[in-house]
Write a protein that binds this ligand. Sequence first.
Ligand code: ZN
Length: 378
Amino acid sequence: MDAKTILGQLEKKSGWISDTLHELVQQESPSEDRQAVNSAMALVEHCALEQGARVKRHKQREFGDILELRFGPSRSSRKPVLLLGHLDTVWPIGTLKKMPWREANGRYWGPGVLDMKAGVVMALAALSTLREMESSRPVTLLLNSDEEVGSPISRATTERLALESASVLVLEPAQGLAYKTARKGVGHYHVEVTGVGAHSGVDFEKGHSAVLELAKLIQTISGFTNLERKLTANCGVVAGGTRSNVVASQAWTEVDVRIAKASDAAYVAKLFRSLKVSDPHCKLTVTGGINRPPMERKSGTIALFKKARTIAAELGFVLEEAATGGGSDGNFTAALGVPTLDGMGAVGDGAHAAHESVVIEHLVPRTALLAAMIASAE
Ligand SMILES: [Zn+2]
């Protein structure tokens, strides 16, 4: 299927893309609000049904549902292509008041527009075009509601569907203009010290400060960072103590860990196991681990990227590849050995930030590239 023909078809859909994206951004959908995410999901489900998709909704209690949409023939000798996305955002209900949907400076603005409501709309537009062009390629579009909180519920479904698929295309935003061929793995640790509380004036000697011990531990943990190894440990949150005139009995830190190599997961675990308090009256508790394995730049992913670069050239633009420190559901599928290409959603800026926006002129060409990648998948 010719990429230029696909582009021609998609150019007629730019109004539909804009209207649908507007509607989807208007339905706020923070991960924590199950009903709100489900309302956004209902909008997408409605569009998909109109396109003849077979719908399976995996009901969830803690977070919003997981939406599994099947396009193309129900029986095929070819494995499906899996498109991965999420409908939750990091933005609480009411954000639209401060960050309303608007079109300005060649961009659409609004909470979740880039990460990743535009990616979801692009997938729907790509699939409707392929249907019009009578593509026989089976496709699964999987949308979850818990990606922004680490995909605790949806991970198993994502992994199961990835294993039955030929390849995985992830609808997360591009990195600048580039597709993502590598992502760091993400870990989280909670490090807590229990000391002995005391009045700092009356009984200072009887106290054993959890805050002091934690301060030393933060030095040690921060020292785990090795930039050459692309390993970072960030004590991003600290808390402890109750008042200045009390020797603190409790203190803790939340640590974000990033690794570039899968084998570093065990190394990081060993580092955290080696932590010790220097004051024997204090007690240390460490919980956590690597949540998302890294997406390493492997041959299957490189082959997908090369194909994307060729199609992009046919469409008249240069496609670069990039690595990122951020994680996505692509980390899970890549770690299973399923060829995974990420960053195939919108081009823009400010994911998780007040200037979140999508560049309009890239929407249609990138959607054409996505559609052509689906159509030409092995
Ligand atoms: Zn995202």
